[in-house]
Ligand binder design. Structure first.
Ligand SMILES: Nc1ncnc2c1ncn2[C@@H]1O[C@H](COP(=O)(O)OP(=O)(O)OP(=O)(O)O)[C@@H](O)[C@H]1O
Ligand SMILES: [Mg+2]
Length: 256
């Protein structure tokens, strides 16, 4: 069995007498360390699928195995601890805690693991440097730009190095340049720590960073294509004028 296996997954929403078949019949396998993009238009069922994979919503029918555990069948309590141990989530709207500064936001998953404050601050600080926010540790979300907030969200999702990170339109609010930076950052983290990334988007420009592209239309997978990611961290090998930038990245690269 693959690292993630989805079998005969269905989600039907009932509104009064009306039924919405958000997911009709989904079968999907995803390997450990794979970057998998779920691509589809608005209303095709992307967020529904992602939320179910991440254990945020219960399916109407079907099984979702992650690392051998059927998350669709876990009790709420077991599911909460499974999520904590195994998953990170990146939201389009960042979902940072407004009273917490960047350092505290990033440290949240470590706090839930019971890690002492000094240790989690140390790791969170390194993580923030890795995402290029070494100078924003004490800033609260409303004191940062959208791109900076999203980088805090990414740092938070990856800080505990979970085996799988889910991302729902992670670059939806960002400009083209920041989108590219954010996507590269996520690819680098996944490659470095063998983290599986499942991201959903309607944007082909994002899909090109993935190893596999899963097309979804009206709650059904219509095709799955292998893809060679447009970005490989090895592309950043120091050379010529890029050296300064690479030095910076190298320095922060093996911290966490
Ligand atoms: N809580 C809900 N109750 C009823 N219907 C829902 C609910 N959530 C989603 N749906 C319906 O399920 C379908 C899929 O919605 P979903 O949010 O998964 O789409 P999406 O692909 O993520 O779209 P977008 O790109 O706009 O975010 C839509 O027809 C939507 O109206
Ligand atoms: Mg959505």
């Amino acid at each position: 069995m693959e690292f993630i296996s989805v079998r005969n997954l269905r989600k039907v929403y009932k509104i009064g007498k009306e039924k919405v078949y958000a997911l009709k019949h989904i079968d999907l396998d995803i390997k450990r360390g794979e970057i998998c993009c779920i691509l589809g238009t608005s209303g095709s069922g992307k967020s529904t699928l992602l939320n179910m994979l991440a254990g945020l919503e219960k399916p109407t029918k079907g099984d979702i195995f992650i690392n051998g555990v059927n998350v669709a069948k876990l009790s709420e309590k077991k599911l909460a601890s499974f999520r904590q141990e195994n998953t990170g989530f990146i939201f389009q709207s960042y979902n940072l805690i407004s009273q917490f500064n960047a350092l505290e936001n990033v440290g949240m998953p470590l706090m839930f693991k019971g890690m002492a404050r000094s240790e989690r601050d140390r790791i969170s600080e390194k993580m923030l440097k890795l995402v290029g926010l070494g100078g924003r540790m004490k800033h609260r979300p409303n004191q940062m730009s959208g791109g900076q907030q999203q980088r805090v969200g990414i740092a938070r999702a990856f800080v505990a190095k979970p085996p799988v990170v889910f991302a729902d339109e992670p670059t939806g609010n960002l400009d083209t340049k920041t989108t590219d930076e954010v996507m590269r950052l996520m690819v680098r983290m996944c490659r470095k720590y063998n983290i599986t990334l499942i991201l959903v988007t309607h944007d082909l420009e994002i899909a090109v960073y993935a190893d596999r592209i899963v097309h979804i239309i009206d709650g059904e997978i219509t095709s799955i294509e292998d893809n060679v990611s447009v970005y490989s961290p090895e592309d950043d090998e120091p050379s010529g004028e890029e050296t300064e930038k690479n030095k910076r990245e190298d320095k922060t690269d093996d911290i966490v």
